[in-house]
Design a protein around this ligand. Structure first.
Ligand SMILES: [Zn+2]
Length: 175
């Protein structure tokens, strides 16, 4: 969708897509995203984000924040769950967390807290404990997991307004 847009700020320059380093603030931490995509005015340098670019940057910043905190990644959590054929609901029950918690962690924008992360690591290292905590329903009827519906990757669990991510103006708003 490369289209020519006049900068809403200076009214002179053309706003075009750029890929490059961008510093994003996410949950009070600053993270340098090496390959952020955004829009930039070629005259005044004003930076804009489309909705998609902002979502993408948020995901990258979330991944960087997770890595900085040493938390298990969404992929690691999912791999553990699949290895033991646990549903997301099973794991939520085992951890004693509210419904949809695991769903959100695996989507990546909501983080498990440090205590739960430690608990998950203990489970990963102790198969016997997994079996002990496995919900009985799942013990009695080990069923093949149904094919999962692929959810849109950029669905927000929380409004993006809660995430401080540099300039948040969108092209549509600036036009
Ligand atoms: Zn401009």
């Amino acid at each position: 969708m490369q289209q020519t847009v006049t900068c809403g700020d200076c009214g002179k320059g053309q706003v075009t897509s750029v890929t490059g380093p961008f510093e994003a603030t996410f949950r009070e931490g600053d993270y340098a995203i090496a390959d952020a995509e955004y829009q930039k005015c070629d005259s005044c340098g004003r930076v804009y984000f489309t909705k998609e670019q902002l979502d993408c940057l948020q995901k990258k910043a979330a991944a960087a924040a997770r890595a900085a905190q040493g938390l298990l990644t969404p992929q690691e959590i999912k791999a553990f769950r699949c290895q033991y054929e646990l549903t997301q609901t099973d794991l939520e029950s085992m951890l004693g967390v509210s419904a949809k918690s695991v769903v959100r962690w695996e989507k990546g924008t909501v983080f498990q807290n440090a205590a739960l992360d430690k608990f998950l690591r203990v489970l990963i290292d102790n198969p016997d404990l997994v079996e002990e905590l496995r919900p009985s329903r799942s013990k009695e009827h080990p069923v093949a997991k149904p094919a999962r519906k692929v959810l849109p990757a950029l669905e927000h669990e929380r409004p993006p307004a809660k995430v401080t991510l540099g300039e948040r103006r969108e092209l549509a708003a600036a036009a």
